[in-house]
Design a binder for this molecule. Sequence first.
Ligand code: ADP
Ligand code: DP6
Length: 396
Amino acid sequence: MTDQKIYRASTTAPVNIAVIKYWGKRDAKLNLPTNSSLSVTLAQNDLRTHTTASCSAKYPAEDVLVLNGAPQDVTGARTQACFRELRALRKDLESKDSSLPPLSSYPLKIVSENNFPTAAGLASSAAGFAALVRAIANLYELPSNPTDLSRIARQGSGSACRSLFGGYAAWEMGTKDDGSDSVAYEVAPASHWPEMRACILVVSAEKKGVSSTTGMQTTVATSTLFAERARDTVPKRMKEMTEAIQKKDFEAFARLTMKDSNSFHATCLDTEPPIFYLNDVSRAAITAVNAINQAAGKIIAAYTFDAGPNAVVYYLQKDEKEVAGAFKALLESKDGWAGERGAAVEVNSTGAANFDEKSAGALQNGISRVILTGVGEGPIKIDEHLIDENGEPVHK
Ligand code: ADP
Ligand code: DP6
């Protein structure tokens, strides 16, 4: 009789926002980057992907992935690469132990939910692929550690490899053609510097104009500034940023974060045709952060932008009133302050008074929502499944 069982495993995975940016591939198929990168993993209470992976001999032959209730195309090279590599690792275990059920040969059914906007520049692909790989690894009971899995998640989306770790994570670019040394590792756990906070100013929850994948390919092909960034600028900054994190030196961390965001967006502008991820609202956020730092007489806030207009502002808990409090005074009518973290932020009208009128107006008109979060843990295995014991998606 065939095996009728529905096998299931679930995980949650976090978003990460880079402070030294990944931008450029030396191998687009394997997602091998032209520079190393480093990020802060954000707390899953605020932003997370929840994924259940299941497999069964009873399932129809095709693998299935349902994201936020909508079936996704799984035939793309990136998803296929993840499935293939994970199945190969499982097959290896099965070949060594004949008592194991042959899960590697069963169709996969995966259901996933993001509790934040997908494809809106909030790193859903990072959390999404990290969760997908971790959930299937759990389903297959693979002995792999996060660095092994990062090699696979990288092929789904480059930045996903860093979301297999909590705290402060780096992705070593590696030099080998097969990508075996292009993996993520932990720079420091969240507990090393737990005071790190992030206030995300969501400028637009719309889908972005130029995808990161396409954008970075064009930059590599056309920007001269980019070559210098990959060769000299980033390797030096990776060392400095690692040291800043190890020493918990916020000023150094913040200065490097802002410089690297600016350098990445400069290469975008140097691309032919130029890519504009920042808009007037993003620039107003930069001006506001500068005003906060100027009023403090030192650097207590750092902005960074990915491939979109949303601002992520890093600061330390002790400076919450000066940083998040000033934004709260200006943006209190927007969504996002009602949660536990938002409610705890003390409104700082004096701080907001330092914002110039034009920037304050642009932020008030252009920000749709704020998300308050902080450094957090890596993927967490959970027992709450999005697929029931009959193999059907659970409707919440
Ligand atoms: P973002 O800025 O949110 O990372 P991208 O356009 O780079 O946006 O990536 C979005 C894509 O990532 C989605 O179209 C989907 O293919 C993938 N993705 C997002 N969330 C998940 C998820 N939970 N599980 C699997 N894949 C996901
Ligand atoms: C600006 O990881 O989304 O957020 O590997 O093509 O999927 P692909 O790109 P992706 O690019 C992220 C770019 C970035 C910087 C970063 O996260 O390091």
